[in-house]
Design a binder for this molecule. Sequence first.
Ligand code: HAM
Length: 429
Amino acid sequence: MAGLIKAVRGTRDILPPDTALWQHVEQACRHIFHLYNFHEIRTPIFEDTQLFARGVGEDKDIVSKEMFTWEDKARAQSEKAQSLTLRPENTAGVVRAYIEHKMGDTGKLQKLYYIGPQFRRERPQKGRYRQFYQIGAELLGPPASGSESPARDAEIIAMLAHLLREVGIKEWTLLLNSVGNSDDRARYNQALREALAAVKDKMCVDCQRRAETNPLRVLDCKVPEDQPIIDALPKISAFLGEGSREHFNEVKKILNHVGIRYEVNERMVRGLDYYTRTTFEFTHGKLGSQSALLGGGRYDGLSEALGGPKAPGIGFALGLDRFVLALQAEETVAVPDLSPIVFVAPLGQGMNAEAAVIARELRKQAIATELGDDSFRVKKSFEAAERAGAKYILFVGENEVASGQFALKNLSTGDQVSVAREDIATKLK
Ligand code: HAM
C-alpha cells in the first residue's frame, strides 16, 4: 500500500466550521477598510528575490534564513535563470506595484489593503506557521499628499482599535515606539554596538552574534538572564532627532485625544529593515509566546530603496491565524452559523426532479437550502436534515406536488404546518 501524503510541516488545512470564523474576520476587516477609504490590491504570491533582499533587508532573519527561494529555469538560452521567492510579507510587493504602476503620479494618497497567504520557513508552533495569512493595509504617496503627517499614523492606529472592536477581540495591548529616521537609527546602532562590546560576553550566544551583525535585534532577546543587561543599554528615545521626536509627540497627542490606550515600549524595534519613526504592535495576552496579533510602522524610505520616487508611507499587517486563535481564546464571539435554513426531502421514487425545482426556487430567493435524495425515506431524511444543521425540513412527495400544499416542519420545536408552494420562501424568511 502506498504511504499517506500529509500536509507539509508548517502548513495546515482550515476546515469548516472554523472557516466561518475566518470569513467573519475577513468581512469585518473589509467593512472597516471601506469606512476608512482603503481599497483592495492583489499582488503576486511570488516575486523576484531581490525585492525582499532590498526591501526587507538582506541581514534580517526573514530574508537570510526564512525565505522559500528557488531558481526558476531559464526559458531560452539567452535568458538567465531568475531567483524567485514566495512572499514572506506583502509591504514590499505593494510598494513595488506602487512604483511599477506609477501610482504616485496621480499625486493622491494611496490607501491599499490586501488579504492573503505569506510564507516563512520558521520553526512551526502554535500561532506560528510556514504558510500563514495576513490582512494588511498600506498608506503611501508623494510628500505633498500628506503621507508623512503624524495624523496618518494616528488614523491607522485608530482604525486598528476600531477593527479589533468590530472583529470582537477585546484583550489587546498596543505597544508604540519610534525608531527614528535613518540618521537617528545609525547613531543609535553605533551607541548600541559600543555598549554591547563591553557586556556581550555575559550574554546568550544569539546576542553575541547579534551584537556584531545587527545590534538592534538584541532588544528582542527573551533569555531571562540577559534582561537586566538589555534594560541597562542606551534607549532609542535619547537618539531621536528634533524632527522624529516632534513627529512622535504629535502621534501620541492625537491618540491621547482620541482616547486610545498605548504603552511606549522602547525595545520594540521590529524585524524588518524598512521601518522609520513610528512602529507599533498589538499583542494579546492569551496567545502564548506568539503574542503579536499584528505589527506595523512607517517606511518613509522604502520606495526609494526599491528605486522608486519619494513616497513616505505607513502600514500594518495582522496575522489572521492569530486573530482566529484570539477569538477562540476569548470565547466571546460564536462561530457564525452558516448551516442551511431548510432541508428539502424528496419522498418516494422519482421525486428528485420536483425537489430540485423547489430547492432551486428557494435558493433563488436567498434561502440556504440542502437537498436530499428520493432513496432516503422519512427516517433517513430527518437524520440527514439534522446532520446538515437545517432548521426546517420540507417534504416533497407526489401528494404534495399534486395538491400544491407542502408539509414544513420546524426541527427544533417539532411544529409542523402546511404551506402553499408559493408561500414556502416567505414562511422561511
Ligand atoms: P510582521 O510583524 O513580520 O510585519 O508580521 C505581521 C503579523 O503577521 C505578525 O504580528 C503576526 O500576527 C503575523 N505573522 C508573522 N509571521 C507569522 C507566522 N509565521 N505565523 C503566523 N502569523 C505570523 C509584516 O509582515 C509587515 N509587512 C507589516 C507592515 C505592513 N509594516 C508596514 N506595513
